[in-house]
Design a protein around this ligand. Structure first.
Ligand code: NDP
Length: 284
């Protein structure tokens, strides 16, 4: 039987409706949550992601401010700009679009953002709090994945979740959030020997590698839930995931498509984090 698709667009639209209502309620109290996005350089992909984020803010009624800097900006200057945003009371969330030019140390930039405005959830304080199970900003893609699974009322507790990929922005935090939901979690990565032996044991398989078609039907246990985070361009220039969709659709119980799967959820969780920051900062 073909897998049921978990469509990120649909899940995102339900959550965005709720966020819109939350924003309207805050507005009646004179609060308009605001996100400031800092973009360095003019990489077309980054510009398109940033535009998507700014547009989404407008759709739920959040204020957004896009600050653009030339690719030649010095690290100290960028750090100063972040400091200005930290001190600006009208800014609730700060996001620095990655990647940054090579001469700028990404870690320094992330650490310069005030943890109370860290809506991307990349600051070591946010990550540390997530590890010890304290309330904080969760990084957006992993938080979106959890929402997608929950949207289908799939039980996570006690399930074996296998995560392929261990990046700081997707794989690692995704595993921690599933652990928080009482799953048993296995991480796989480029040094894993016999990847398929692990993926075939997964009740929920999350693939975040960035290699088109790395997971086929032989790597998936029949009935598993498969979340495809990967975004790749195939030889024809079409967007495809890490999972061979047509094959895996025949064995999985649920599957996320690419595009239209995890992507729309990532921005939605950013909006949610911005509203959360606005509330936290005012003790609401
Ligand atoms: P990274 O390149 O940072 O991490 C890739 C991970 O995959 C690494 O942990 C790497 O292992 C692992 N890996 C590489 N090759 C293999 C292999 N042959 N077998 C098993 N594991 C392997 O990527 P990201 O985490 O940033 O992103 C992953 C994918 O998700 C990309 O396609 C990206 O575009 C997409 N993405 C999509 C988002 C969305 O909103 N839809 C958001 C963010 C990312 P090792 O650590 O050993 O090198």
């Amino acid at each position: 039987m073909a897998a049921e698709l978990i469509k990120g667009k649909e899940v995102a639209s339900t959550i965005r409706q709720r966020l819109k209502e939350e924003t309207e309620a805050l507005k009646t109290r004179g609060i308009v949550p605001g996100l400031t996005v800092l973009l360095v350089g003019d990489d077309p992909a980054s510009l398109s992601y940033v535009k998507g984020k700014v547009k989404a803010c407008g759709e739920v009624g959040l204020r957004s401010d896009l600050k653009r800097y030339p690719a030649t900006i010095r690290e100290e200057e960028l750090l100063k700009e972040i400091q200005t945003c930290n001190e600006d009371d009208t800014v609730d969330g700060i996001l620095v679009q990655l990647p940054l030019p090579k001469h700028i140390d990404e870690r320094k930039v992330i650490e310069a953002i005030s943890p109370e405005k860290d809506v991307d959830g990349f600051h070591p304080v946010s990550v540390g709090k997530m590890v010890i199970g304290e309330e904080t900003f969760y990084s957006c893609t992993p938080a979106g994945i959890i929402e997608m699974v929950k949207s289908k009322n799939i039980d996570i507790a006690g399930k074996h979740v296998v995560i392929v990929g261990r990046s700081n922005i997707v794989g690692k935090p995704a595993g921690l959030l599933f652990l928080k939901e009482n799953a048993t979690v296995t991480y796989c990565h480029s040094k894993t020997v016999g990847l398929s032996n692990y993926t075939r044991q997964a009740d929920i398989l999350v693939v975040a590698v960035g290699r088109a078609g790395i997971i086929g039907k032989e790597d998936v246990k029949p009935g598993a839930v498969v979340i495809d985070v990967g975004v790749n361009r195939n030889a024809e220039g079409k967007l495809v995931g890490d999972v061979r969709f047509d094959e895996v659709k025949e064995v999985a119980s649920y599957l996320t498509p690419v595009p239209g799967g995890v992507g729309p959820m990532t921005i939605t969780m950013l909006l949610a984090n911005t509203i959360k920051a606005a509330k936290n900062r005012r003790g609401i």
